[in-house]
Design a protein around this ligand. Structure first.
Ligand code: PLP
Length: 421
């Protein structure tokens, strides 16, 4: 095409976007796409948790009101064993936050060292973690707080770029861990391929106490009829001679109550013994009454699936609305691309390089709160300034629609301004 006419066209697009944006600002909207939280209607699905529904007695007759049971309630661990791919005996049920367990795993490694390690992490001159990007900001926050250097690794449609991961882990003994959200990844919805999982399990590591932090936060959080399965990291690690490599985490935060659920930690028996030795000095046992309430609500693995189908019915229309509106507003402009996740909580929007911060700023002017550009990367720095995370679950559908429409206008404005600059 004739470059003059395409500049003319772009200028017309920009002028239209400026006008649309001014109209938006005048409307004085107040909407929020930042929060990866369940909506109140989703929380309502679990209100049976508030009724005790029977005495606080475990299946084996234990009085759950009392101290004890550091490993958590066996009948609840049993329900989650298959979806988290950890044998019940090696799966612990803990407090209400898996993030807390990830933090503690690193803190215990710092303070006590790990099975297979030569020294405590605190005594290592330097420690680094591989961070597939885009990723979950709170993982990066834990590393930053605990003084762990973060090394970016690009994500691919199959999971982290494994050629890079294998090379770095094999040659650099400072690298003690990698953050992985293997199913419906935050924020891009990626499902790790079987080959990626196998390579993570099998690759040689320079550090003898290297761990894969396997945050399977969205293990059962399907948005479609297809309940995607991933390969079994824990079993593959054992098979490939790295039995202690996998630290598996999960929680019911987006299954029952985000603020009052149950978290899980699974690993090899040696790691579980290590974990219990450390936590036995910290607590006499978790809140087993809440764990029993979860057993009564979910009943069994089938009850868990049923609960997740109810969540999907509530949130799928919101994901579909975002996709449809971005498609009609931006689909043929070449100004953006976005993920179409089949599960999880987020949509990843990619805009032309150098535009993400400007899009978020223009959205703010129009009253739309977006997750800060850069939050998906260590230290809050996206070197390409192109990634924006959309969290559609919390607002009601009409608000999701209005916010996405407005966001699309901001993308058109920021991208055309950048291209003409
Ligand atoms: N891991 C991932 C990947 C998440 O997206 C979230 C919440 O958004 C969490 C962990 C938080 O888990 P929890 O509520 O169990 O601490």
């Amino acid at each position: 095409t004739d470059p003059a006419s395409s500049i003319e066209e772009l200028t017309a697009q920009r002028d239209q976007a400026r006008k649309d944006h001014a109209d938006l600002v005048a409307r004085g909207l107040k909407l929020d796409l930042t929060r990866g939280k369940p909506s109140p209607k989703q929380l309502d699905l679990s209100d049976a948790l508030l009724d005790m529904g029977g005495p606080a007695v475990g299946a084996d007759g234990t009085d759950l009101r009392n101290y004890g049971g550091l490993a958590g309630l066996p009948e609840l661990r049993e329900i989650f064993s298959s979806s988290l791919q950890v044998p019940t005996e090696q799966l612990l049920a803990a407090g209400n936050s898996s993030l807390e367990l990830m933090h503690d795993a690193i803190a215990f490694a710092m303070l006590h060292g790990l099975p297979g390690g030569e020294r405590r992490w605190a005594d290592e001159p330097e420690i680094a973690f591989l961070c597939p990007v885009p990723g979950y900001d709170r993982h990066f926050g834990v590393c930053e707080k605990l003084g762990i250097e973060m090394i970016n690794v690009p994500m691919t449609p199959e999971g982290p770029d494994m050629d890079t991961v294998e090379r770095l882990v094999a040659e650099d003994s400072r690298i003690k861990g990698i953050w992985c959200v293997p199913k419906y990844s935050n924020p891009d919805g990626t499902i790790y391929s079987d080959e990626t999982v196998r390579r993570l399990a099998a690759m040689p590591s320079a550090a003898p106490d290297f761990r894969v932090f396997w945050d399977n936060a969205y293990a059962v959080h399907h948005l479609t009829e297809t309940e995607h399965e991933i390969a079994d990291l824990l079993a593959l690690c054992a098979e490939h001679g790295n039995p202690d490599r996998a630290f598996v985490f999960g929680s019911t935060s987006k299954i029952t109550y985000a603020g009052a659920g149950v978290s899980f930690f699974g690993s090899s028996q040696a790691n579980i013994d290590w974990w219990l030795a450390a936590t036995s000095k910290r607590s006499i046992g978790p809140n087993k009454v809440n764990q029993l309430q979860h057993v009564r609500l979910l009943r069994d693995a089938e009850g868990l699936r049923e609960q997740m189908r109810k969540h999907a019915a509530l949130i799928r229309p919101k994901f579909e609305a975002v996709d449809k509106i971005l498609g009609s507003e931006l689909g043929d402009t070449g100004l953006a691309s976005w993920s179409k996740p089949e599960g999880g909580y987020f949509i990843n929007l990619e805009v032309p390089e150098g535009c993400a911060k400007a899009v978020v700023a223009k959205a703010k002017e129009a009253g739309i709160a977006m997750t800060p550009a850069g939050a998906t990367h260590p230290y809050g720095e996206d070197p390409t300034d192109s990634v924006i995370r959309i969290a559609p679950t919390y607002p009601e559908l009409p608000d999701v629609e209005a916010a996405t429409q407005a966001l699309a206008t901001c993308v058109r404005l920021a991208a055309t301004e950048k291209l003409l600059a």
